[in-house]
Design a binder for this molecule. Structure first.
Ligand SMILES: Nc1nc2c(ncn2[C@@H]2O[C@H](COP(=O)(O)OP(=O)(O)O)[C@@H](O)[C@H]2O)c(=O)[nH]1
Ligand SMILES: [Mg+2]
Length: 469
């Protein structure tokens, strides 16, 4: 059975390419406020796990519908000959540059595509559209009209009156913001256009639905792996045999910066992978907003919004867990202890990110020839995994709902006074708290990883905050 093919046609600049990008989940479709950006018809196939399900054809808009219709009418006055007249037009004008766009958009229809006619419901209806609709009727292909609104006007009622006369199905569809359910419901409407397409489209719908769940699980695994790896990060440096306190401070600062860089890179990689899962590879990210002015993961504001509040930390036992992990009492003593005892101390400045908690402890271990080797890490800050999870959760929620027509960068900003983690159910909170403690101590067994990822998946299934896109 051949794939259902839908040609998206209409006036220039009405959101045709946007609709193709959204329905084909393709970020490479050219979308632009400049009319005439799409010059040739191009096919975009939606595939799931390598299996193709349907094809969208992006087409240039009508340029000379009046002349085209006049030509068609001059050829026949019989309804039964109209489709042949359209084929005759394309055959006669294939090399005529004046009708390049018309030939491009009519060709897929002659090859059997269904029609998705796109109009802008924010602008008034006008008789010039009648020419286009009439031409589409001449093709005799199954057709549906989509009212896409670009801007604030509302002329839907007036459009419907006109469209109902030419199209068997008329739907409102927001090319930029339609969510998953809206897309699925549109596919169901496509299935009604032509009986022959129904089985293929129903298959497409169930493939998309299971892919959606699968994408969440794959993302959860990426995030879980990122948490597991970053918590275990360590940086080493040789301090020499007779290191002075000042030299040690400098070394500490260098290691800390290296550790932060590594965490940032690993987080970036995780974000990229999650975006790949949702076919949003090239979508850029920015971190702006009222609360988060700094692009840095380690900005204090980020820790306060994405991680746990101080009281939440205490409640989940994360602080006492860290203390039980060893070194907590020494840590609060500050750097002077380091030289004396050679074990754990606060990293200067780290406490400021979140109250009294440090990111990781500095240890000295004996090197060869009386050399001192210092080690920073693994990461012991109880809030660190929550911050990373909070950011990953928020990022995922934006990416998972994002349309492929919407090209503004992702804004990783929450304008909410609450801690993100407040919206987690208590039980999940407790379980994750235990997972994080195990990770911090390096005690999360490999066979427990799947369960850990499963809990992250439960987090991803929740909506973190009202997302304004
Ligand atoms: N606000 C808004 N803008 C849209 C919508 N659909 C398309 N646009 C914008 O309108 C312009 C033309 O869109 P495009 O898809 O290239 O139209 P085409 O010429 O018909 O293919 C682009 O700047 C789009 O971002 C919509 O639903 N809402
Ligand atoms: Mg276009």
């Amino acid at each position: 059975m051949s794939l259902p093919v839908f040609a998206v046609v209409g006036h220039p600049n009405k959101g045709k390419s946007s609709i193709v990008a959204t329905l084909a989940e393709d970020e490479s479709v050219a979308i632009s406020p400049v009319p005439g950006t799409t010059t040739d018809a191009r096919r975009y196939t939606l595939s799931v796990d390598g299996e193709p399900h349907y094809v969208l054809v992006d087409t240039p808009g009508f340029q000379r519908p009046g002349e085209l219709l006049k030509w068609l009418r001059s050829k026949t006055d019989k309804a039964s000959e109209r489709a042949d007249a359209v084929a005759g037009f394309v055959a006669a004008h294939r090399d005529d540059p004046r009708f390049h766009d018309e030939c491009e958009l009519l060709t897929p229809l002659l090859e059997g595509a269904g029609i998705l006619y796109v109009v802008d419901g924010a602008k008034p209806y006008g008789p010039e559209y009648e020419l286009e609709m009439e031409i589409l009727r001449w093709t005799g292909r199954p057709r549906m009209a989509l009212i896409n609104k670009i801007g604030d006007g509302d002329f839907e009622a007036e459009w419907r009156q006109a469209l109902d006369q030419y199209f068997s199905i008329v739907r409102v569809f927001d090319a930029l913001h339609a969510d998953f359910e809206k897309r699925i419901s549109l596919l169901r409407a496509f299935a009604e256009l032509d009986e022959a397409w129904r089985p293929r489209l129903e298959r497409a719908i169930s493939a998309l639905e299971s892919e959606r769940a699968h994408r969440r699980l794959r993302s959860a695994r990426e995030i879980a792996a990122c948490l597991k790896e970053t918590i275990a990060f360590e940086e080493h440096a040789s301090a020499g045999a007779d290191v002075t306190p000042a030299a040690l401070d400098a070394l500490k600062a260098r290691l800390e910066e290296k550790l932060r860089q590594r965490i940032r890179r690993r987080e970036t990689q995780m974000f990229d992978r999650v975006q790949q899962i949702y076919r949003h590879e090239t979508l850029s990210r920015e971190e702006t907003g009222q609360l988060i002015q700094d692009v840095d993961m380690f900005a204090r504001e980020n820790w306060e919004v994405f991680g746990l509040s101080r009281s939440q930390l205490a409640m989940t036992g994360a602080i006492s867990g860290a203390a039980a992990g060893g070194g907590f009492d020494l840590a609060v003593g500050g750097t002077s202890l380091l030289l004396g005892t050679g074990i754990g101390a606060l990293i200067g400045g780290a406490g400021a990110w979140f109250g009294s908690s440090e990111l990781a402890r500095l240890k000295t271990i004996a090197g060869s020839l009386g050399d001192k080797v210092v080690q920073l890490g693994p990461i012991t800050s109880p809030n660190f995994p929550w911050v990373l999870l909070g950011r990953a959760w928020f990022h995922h929620s934006l990416v998972a709902e994002r349309n492929h027509a919407y090209r503004d960068s992702l804004k990783l900003a929450i304008e909410n006074e609450q801690n993100l983690m407040n919206s987690l159910p208590d039980s999940l909170h407790r379980e994750l708290g235990r997972d994080f403690q195990r990770l911090t101590r390096g005690e999360l067994a490999d066979d427990a990883f799947a369960e850990f990822a499963g809990r992250i998946e439960k987090v991803l299934a929740l909506q973190p905050v009202e997302i304004l896109v």
